[in-house]
Design a protein around this ligand. Structure first.
Ligand code: SER
Length: 314
């Protein structure tokens, strides 16, 4: 990528944003990556702007001020939180997306990353090896907003030539940041509780298999798709992306291999219904073919890296 390209990350304090900003800054220099979020963090490192993604004019002013050319828009309510406030979730997830798409349509920025999710799939989607193109009937407001956003990506690309790139993230599991209100959050919480208390009560059933990815792999995919040559990006709605798949019982036994005393209990809540409508595993051959996607972590290496980093040093 061009060395002087300035980058804006919206939603920089979230699960993806915090790790993405760190990685982009290591790669492109602190001053070339402006972080922004709805609130100021306690400790500000590098360029930071307080920004409400629903304020189109404010985004434009920040983009012009820093001469931003690439925007990663990560501001959204996730699946479980969105169900508690559907109207606001729709407004935030869609208006924010339009505000950034329109800056590219006006020619002010020239590339956008916008995350979609496995939540775009639904109960009548083929749930094993879910194809890139298939029936999509999301049952959550989060999934509906992501599917609509994907269609707008395609529309803005075809009608206005907007260079928007997108990935359908599986559940993200990492030790550097905490998830904020998703259905896949258990797969992060479990490690924190395993290390703290040696046990975990899961809000999904033991056999609810979902696609997951190590956050380091997800960040790498995000940067790789953004830095791929334009002509390689053949899917403009959003790419399926796979890392690994497991159900809570499989994750628990992978943890028990390293912590034999670890105990798991199950108390499913409303998130079980959401998880049941999502795929078990994903076919990501389009991402592999078009921009050489290849995950590095499987379930066992994920467990290793999580426990190694969350365990207190002796
Ligand atoms: N991890 C997200 C969620 O559970 C899915 O994109 O909401």
């Amino acid at each position: 990528m061009e060395s002087e390209t300035k980058i804006l990350v919206i939603g920089a304090l979230g699960q993806v944003g915090s790790e993405l900003v760190e990685t982009l800054r290591e790669k492109h220099g602190i001053d070339n990556v402006v972080a922004s979020d709805i609130r100021k963090p306690d400790h500000v490192v590098g360029p930071f702007e307080v920004l409400d993604v629903m304020d189109a004019e404010a985004i434009k002013q920040i983009v012009l001020k820093h001469n931003i050319k690439h925007v990663y828009n990560l501001a959204a309510l996730l699946s479980a939180t969105a169900e508690k406030n559907p109207e606001f979730a729709w407004k935030l997830n869609m208006e924010g997306h339009f505000n950034v798409l329109n800056l590219a349509k006006e020619g002010i920025i020239d590339r956008i990353f916008w995350p979609s999710s496995i939540a775009v799939f639904g109960p009548t989607t083929p749930l094993d090896n879910t194809p890139q193109d298939c029936i999509m009937d999301p049952s959550t407001v989060y999934g509906i907003s992501k599917l609509a956003g994907e269609r707008w990506n395609q529309y803005y690309f075809e009608k206005y030539g907007v260079d928007v790139r997108s990935i359908r993230y599986p559940g993200l599991v990492g030790y550097k940041s905490l998830p904020g209100g998703g259905t896949t959050d258990y797969a992060v919480d479990i490690f924190h509780q395993a290390v703290k208390q040696g046990r975990y009560t899961c809000f999904l059933n033991s056999d609810t298999k979902l696609p997951m990815i190590y956050s380091g792999d997800a960040i790498r995919a995000t940067i790789e798709i953004m830095e791929a040559p334009k002509e390689n990006i053949k899917v403009r709605s959003s790419y399926n992306l796979a890392g690994m798949s497991f159900d809570p019982a499989e994750l628990a036994s992978a943890i028990q291999k390293q912590m034999p005393e670890f105990e798991m209990a199950y108390e499913p809540d409303f998130r079980q219904g959401i998880a049941a409508s999502w795929p078990n595993c994903i076919d990501d051959s389009a991402a592999r073919n078009d921009w050489n996607w290849n995950p590095a972590y499987d379930t066992n290496s994920l467990v290793e890296v999580m426990l190694e980093n969350l365990r207190q040093p002796a």
